[in-house]
Design a protein around this ligand. Structure first.
Ligand SMILES: Nc1nc2c(c(=O)[nH]1)N[C@H]1C(S)=C(S)[C@@H](COP(=O)(O)OP(=O)(O)OC[C@H]3O[C@@H](n4cnc5c(=O)[nH]c(N)nc54)[C@H](O)[C@@H]3O)O[C@H]1N2
Ligand SMILES: Nc1nc2c(c(=O)[nH]1)N[C@H]1C(S)=C(S)[C@@H](COP(=O)(O)OP(=O)(O)OC[C@H]3O[C@@H](n4cnc5c(=O)[nH]c(N)nc54)[C@H](O)[C@@H]3O)O[C@H]1N2
Ligand SMILES: [Mo]
Length: 758
């Protein structure tokens, strides 16, 4: 491995003054409204508003500032005083705006008026809300419901999501892809199949009881920084943290708590990971198999010497199936193969495994580094194997804990945004609303893209998000997109997806979560579910960015009303007037989880909606937790070949998905640009390249399609050999649409086969 001083890196710590500066710089750029400090003080507190950044949980006893650098940036971004007005659209054609960078589009600020695309002038022109709803309703009525797609990004509240999904089903389809199809869908599919619950099994209290935490492919310092506080507390208690990540991410190395005067004013900082292993991209199945081999060897030894167990044999016996086959496979896998595939030394894997062996209670955490692979399912199956061995599921202080992305992405699934009809209580909906819900499987994100390419899809509604920027195969999709009959985007800020329009196109501006939402019965609260399955109320109090904004609920309900025939059980206006009534509907559909919903909205720390796997009730085929035999040791679906690299598409510390706040990836030491290609110095030399050289990348997926991105500066970086890093979403044109997890169809954005072009 190359040495750090030969590479670009950050020499500070996560948190500390750097994160304070990060917030201030975003503040200077977005020019937030006065009173922003009061808003930040209310962030993630009871009766406050819930952060629009990540989905990490909101504790019952919050810190005095329960927000992080990136949460503050997200709030400042929403509270900007900049406005993207009808005058702006009068000055620029849509074709001209297509030439702008994503950053510059969003920098125009908050959208203020409903706009209709006028193809004659190639401009967005203002239109009245009622006119927009009537026109969209008229278009939808003419279409076959199954030729339409209702997408959602993971930000909309439980109330909006429930009504949006209900609208789709009343209209006649299950085409409800959402951002989680590109994200933790692998988790939802794998954990459901293996332990019978699609979500994580931990609660916050588990972090106070565990003895070890293992991180796989999750960049806490940038993407869920508030999680660093419980981690820091855990480290202080002596908890061992082991990280598997091709990149040495700062947040998992050391943390300087920006809320601790002692740490801010002295050189003091908390080291986070006890052991940090730079696994090859796609090498986790092999690495985990190595850990399993060591655990099994430790069991044999302990039994031989002391007649005691390392494994939780009672748990395995009572609660699981498939142990013998899994063990046989691990025994048959050689250490040579494991070392080759993981890029890690046996001794290091044994050291990590010994921490697992010795820890009475362990938590596994993971993110996109496991889910966004062709064999992402196998990554999670391997991890589940390891966790079942010691009964680390369904026990206090232990568990499997995916770190979710968008602030309500998990909750949307909970209340019906799902293309899979079996995940939704359709009989209950039929009874509640007096209709026959569609029972056929709808489109997920990849399927929606395929059907847009084949022109079977005619209309697309986007409830937030930036679909054409977030998906793979961008260029092909953008081209097909213009053949859609109808595109409707509900958004807060202008982005690329708003510039690729169907024949009839509307851009509808909505309130942000931090803003007052006044309806017929007064100011409304909304709710969301965090990564640990706790539900929180959120109350916006800021003055809306424009008097012409509507809430997401009002927009969804108005489009639905303009589309559907009257139904006495479906009361769009009444629901829009009082969101508590929507919560009553949710409670009626999902009584086990949402009983007394309205009474519990502002429970400190949220209310826990429960998880069967935590109770060791396995809602799986056969009623047991499943060990499985990995199909492969490599999460990437192609062989090594000369000049072929594994590209990981990465988030910087200065973006939220496709929203680019700025050009500073401080925690990786990259400043002023996003057009970089991170590469091991030895690979740079071996490829005959030089630091600073401008190169391009070409997809090497072997399907004959030419996919290229150029203009990248070769940047020496501490990565395993053969792995490259570059930023998402800029690299998305390189990812074939068919390159996704086999089981869940999550695009494989972390192991893209590429070549370098000079
Ligand atoms: N500030 C900020 N916060 C965010 C977001 C944001 O963009 N900005 N996005 C939100 C969303 S929607 C999501 S889903 C989450 C995403 O948060 P994460 O799950 O952290 O996702 P990424 O940043 O894409 O990458 C995760 C890590 O995986 C590592 N990695 C890549 N390939 C592999 C591999 O094969 N094995 C292992 N072990 N590691 C690998 C990368 O080095 C990186 O550190 O964050 C959410 N929070
Ligand atoms: N190559 C590659 N591709 C990826 C990933 C990757 O790691 N690598 N990650 C994937 C992941 S994990 C995800 S989650 C997706 C993200 O995909 P999306 O969720 O579709 O994208 P975002 O960038 O989060 O959407 C940003 C837009 O949302 C709108 N918005 C913001 N706030 C609100 C609001 O309150 N209401 C409404 N209606 N709109 C709002 C704004 O207009 C903003 O421009 O991308 C995926 N794509
Ligand atoms: Mo995500």
């Amino acid at each position: 491995m190359a040495k750090e001083d030969e590479t670009v890196h950050y020499s500070g710590t996560e948190g500390g003054w750097g994160s304070v500066r990060g917030i201030v710089e975003t503040g200077l750029r977005t020019r937030p409204t006065p009173g922003v400090l009061n808003t930040l003080r209310r962030q993630n507190k009871v009766k406050g508003f819930m952060c629009v950044s990540c989905a990490w949980t909101k504790p019952a006893e919050p810190l005095s500032f329960e927000f992080c650098e990136n949460g503050a940036k997200a709030t400042l971004w929403e509270l900007t005083t900049r406005r993207c007005t009808p005058e702006f659209f009068a000055d620029h054609t849509v074709s001209e705006l297509k030439g702008w960078k994503d950053y510059d589009l969003e920098q125009q600020g908050r959208l203020t008026h409903p706009m209709r695309y006028d193809s004659v002038s190639d401009k967005y022109v203002p239109c009245a809300w009622e006119e927009a709803f009537a026109a969209i309703g008229a278009e939808l009525k003419k279409l076959d419901p199954r030729s339409t797609v209702f997408y959602s990004s993971g930000r909309a509240s439980l109330e909006t999501s429930y009504l949006y999904a209900l609208f789709a089903r009343l209209y006649g389809h299950n085409n409800l892809p959402d951002s989680s199809n590109m994200c933790h869908e692998t988790t939802s599919v794998a954990l459901k199949k293996l332990i019978g619950s699609p979500v994580g099994t931990c609660v916050l209290a588990d972090f106070d009881l565990c003895d070890a935490i293992f991180f796989f492919g999750q960049n806490t310092g940038s993407n869920s920084p508030r999680l660093l506080h419980p981690l820091q507390e855990a480290v202080k208690r002596g908890v061992k943290i082991v990280t598997f990540n091709p990149i040495k991410e700062k947040g998992l190395e050391v943390f300087k708590n920006p809320q601790s005067p002692v740490e801010m004013l002295t050189p003091k900082a908390t080291p986070i990971s006890t052991l940090y292993l730079q696994v090859k991209a796609g090498g986790d199945i092999a690495a985990i198999t190595g850990l399993i081999k060591h655990v099994l060897a430790a069991e044999e030894k302990k039994w031989a010497e002391e007649k005691l167990h390392v494994l939780d044999v009672d748990f395995i016996e009572q609660h699981t199936a498939g142990f013998a086959a899994m063990k046989a496979q691990a025994d048959a896998t050689s250490w040579e193969e494991i070392e080759h595939e993981s890029g890690l030394a046996r001794a290091d894997l044994e050291e990590a495994a010994q921490i697992y062996v010795e820890a009475p209670r362990s938590i596994a955490m993971f993110g996109m580094g496991l889910t966004q692979h062709v064999h992402g399912f196998e990554n999670l199956a391997a991890l589940t194997n390891l966790w079942l061995l010691k009964g680390n599921v369904g026990r206090d202080g232990a568990g499997i804990s995916p770190v979710r992305g968008h602030s309500n992405v998990q909750g949307q699934r909970t209340v019906g945004i799902a293309e899979k009809p079996e995940l939704v209580p359709l009989d209950k909906l039929a009874e509640q609303f007096g209709f026959a819900p569609p029972r056929d499987e709808g489109f997920n994100t990849v399927k929606a893209c395929e059907k847009i390419l084949s022109e079977e899809v005619k209309a697309f509604i986007g409830l937030g998000g930036n679909f054409v920027r977030a998906i793979p195969e961008r260029e092909m999709i953008e081209e097909a997109w213009t053949r859609l009959r109808l595109t409707v985007q509900i958004a807060t800020k202008l982005n690329r997806s708003h510039l690729i329009n169907g024949e009839v196109a509307y851009l509808l501006p909505c309130l942000g979560r931090s803003e007052t939402d006044k309806q017929a019965t007064g100011s409304q609260a909304v709710t969301m579910e965090d990564s640990l399955s706790c539900i929180h109320g959120s109350l916006g109090k800021n003055k809306p960015a424009s008097k012409d904004l509507k809430s997401e609920i009002a927009i969804v309900a108005s489009i639905a009303k303009a589309t559907l025939p009257p139904n006495p059980k479906v009361k769009w206006d009444e629901w829009t007037g009082d969101y508590a009534k929507v919560r009553d509907l949710i409670a009626e559909t999902y009584p086990e989880q949402f009983h007394d919903f309205n009474a519990r909205v502002f429970t400190p720390g949220g209310f826990y909606r429960g998880n069967s796997a935590r109770e060791r009730v396995w809602k799986t085929e056969g009623g047991k937790a499943h060990f499985s035999v990995p199909k492969t040791l490599r999460a990437i679906a192609f062989d090594d070949a000369p000049e072929r690299y594994r590209l990981m598409t990465l988030r910087s510390n200065d973006q939220f998905n496709t929203t680019i706040y700025g050009y500073s990836d401080r925690l990786r030491g990259i400043e002023g640009t996003r057009d970089v290609l991170l590469m091991n110095p030895e690979d740079i030399a071996a490829a005959g390249l030089t630091k600073g050289q401008i190169v391009g990348l070409k997809s090497d997926a072997g399907d004959g399609v030419d996919r290229q991105v150029g203009g990248l500066t070769v940047t020496p970086f501490l990565l395993p050999r053969g792995c490259l890093g570059a930023y998402y979403p800029e690299m998305n044109p390189l990812i074939p649409l068919w390159y996704h997890d086999e089981e869940s169809k999550t695009p494989a954005a972390k192991g893209v086969p590429v070549r370098i072009v000079v």
